[in-house]
Design a protein around this ligand. Structure first.
Ligand code: NAD
Length: 428
């Protein structure tokens, strides 16, 4: 979310400008890519349960669709701003491009707090969002998905409205649908597993065996849980995780020197990824302050919670033992911290590459929906491994060849592909 001093879109543009300079993009291409292609702002009137009417503001931003239909989530949030949505749409363009899936970048949002809305009111909001955009989204145009505070039920209401308007079935309109109603197996695991597919490849390139590595994780939600599962499966050890404590309104780190036990920890975790601290103590975990995860004597750091965590302040606490950082979260590292990480020679797997497993699996969902034929989970996950591995290897190869920081190498690949697509279509 945008705060007073932080404008996500300005940051996204600054990141783009830096790489555009390196790539020596021409003025027209730069002008095209530093702004969204299209931006929709609209009002959604909702007949509330108490008989009153409320009008909500909605957005959809289509940053670029030169490589294929737009792809991106819809966020329900009281502090949503169009600049945040614009930044996220741009990042989606680069994310789809770096993993080389034939989709562009979009994002949407509604300013609302679903906690204060009944299910019926949320349904009206979802249907209203689609009514405003039914001509401008679609399987061949722009494909929405769940995001902050939206879920599979919201997606199904949106699909149902779109199909009612268009008089036919279009399961490829939207992803994140419930399993059995057009959803893909493997989506739950996809982002966390994707992070570890890239970590596995990075270790291989550095001739390090996963069984000789130890990791510290920030977060214990969807991404972190599945990242830990696969990391342990390939032989690695995780000694701590951290999470937000709803009751105390602070975060804690849960540490076990000999390695956490994922299964028992999951047994004392709520659906928001919050661990019960009293039960954790009983199970022998040290309960430390929330920021301690970054200070551990480990080989790998996995920030999998939220943005703005590895900062100018916290980066100095990273121990010399740390050789890798794989960003499961979006935007966990600030540009100032990036400089220090580079100086310390820590190998970073940047967010829009490391966590692209989610969108890659959403793409698989769309493919399956368009075919109306659904794959087994193993097939989804092995295709995911293939895509993530190949994307990682292209980025690391470029980084080696051109002596680039991994984040810059990923941006170079992603932006170059999109710029080329715009050129090939004769847009600029
Ligand atoms: P989630 O809501 O399931 O879990 C978030 C976890 O972070 C929870 O365990 C929560 O307690 C913890 N947390 C929150 N604030 C914290 C703090 N201050 N300190 C420590 N821990 C804290 O979310 P998720 O789906 O796992 O997503 C995590 C990150 O990954 C987000 O940045 C998200 O944008 C990004 N991401 C998620 C997906 C996906 O498919 N889920 C895909 C791409 C990127």
């Amino acid at each position: 979310m945008a705060t007073k001093n932080f404008n996500a879109f300005e940051m996204a543009q600054a990141q783009f400008d830096k790489v555009a300079e390196q790539l020596e993009l021409d003025l027209a291409t730069k002008a095209l890519l530093r702004q969204p292609l299209r931006e929709y702002h609209f009002s959604i009137p909702v007949h509330m349960d108490d008989g009153s009417y409320q009008v909500f503001r909605g957005f959809r931003v289509q940053h670029n669709d030169a490589r294929g239909p737009g792809k991106g989530g819809i966020r329900f949030h009281p502090q949503e701003t169009v600049d945040t949505v614009k930044a996220l749409a741009m990042w989606m363009t680069w994310k789809c491009s770096v993993v080389d899936i034939p989709l562009g970048g979009s994002k949407g949002g509604v300013i609302c707090d679903p906690h204060n809305l009944s299910l019926r009111e949320q349904e009206q909001l979802c249907r209203g969002w689609v009514r405003q955009l039914s001509k401008d989204v679609g399987p061949l145009r722009d494909v929405p998905a769940p995001d902050v505070m939206t879920n599979a039920q919201h997606m199904l209401w949106m699909l149902d409205e779109f199909e009612a308007i268009n008089g036919a079935k279009y399961p490829g309109l939207i992803t994140g649908k419930p399993i059995g109603m057009g959803g893909s197996l493997g989506r739950t695991e996809a982002t966390g597993y994707g992070v570890i597919f890239t970590v596995r490849e990075a270790l291989k390139e550095h001739n390090i065996k996963p069984e000789n590595t130890v990791a510290a994780v920030q977060g214990f939600g969807n991404v972190a849980q599945y990242a830990i599962e696969l990391f342990e499966h390939i032989g690695g050890k995780v000694i701590c995780v951290s999470c937000w404590d709803q009751e105390d309104q602070i975060s804690y780190t849960f540490k076990k020197k000999d390695g956490i036990d994922l299964k028992t920890l999951l047994g004392i975790t709520d659906r928001f990824g919050g661990i019960n601290k009293i039960k954790a103590k009983d199970l022998g975990y040290e309960v430390l302050p929330g920021d301690k995860w970054i200070e551990q004597e480990v080989d790998i750091l996995l920030p999998c919670a939220l943005e703005n965590q590895v900062t100018a302040d916290t980066v100095t606490k990273i121990k010399p033992s740390v050789k890798f950082i794989a960003e499961g979260a979006n935007g966990p590292t600030t540009p100032e911290a990036d400089k220090v990480i580079q100086e310390k020679n820590i190998f970073i797997i940047p967010d829009f590459l490391a966590n692209a497993g989610g969108v890659t699996c959403s793409y698989f969902e769309q493919v399956q929906s368009n075919m109306n034929y659904y794959w087994e989970k193993d097939e989804v996950l092995s295709r995911l491994d293939e895509k993530m591995t190949s994307a990682y290897l292209k980025v690391s190869e470029l980084a080696r060849q051109r002596k680039l920081y991994m984040r810059d190498a990923a941006y170079v690949i992603a932006i170059k592909r999109v710029a080329q697509a715009c050129k090939d279509r004769g847009w600029v």
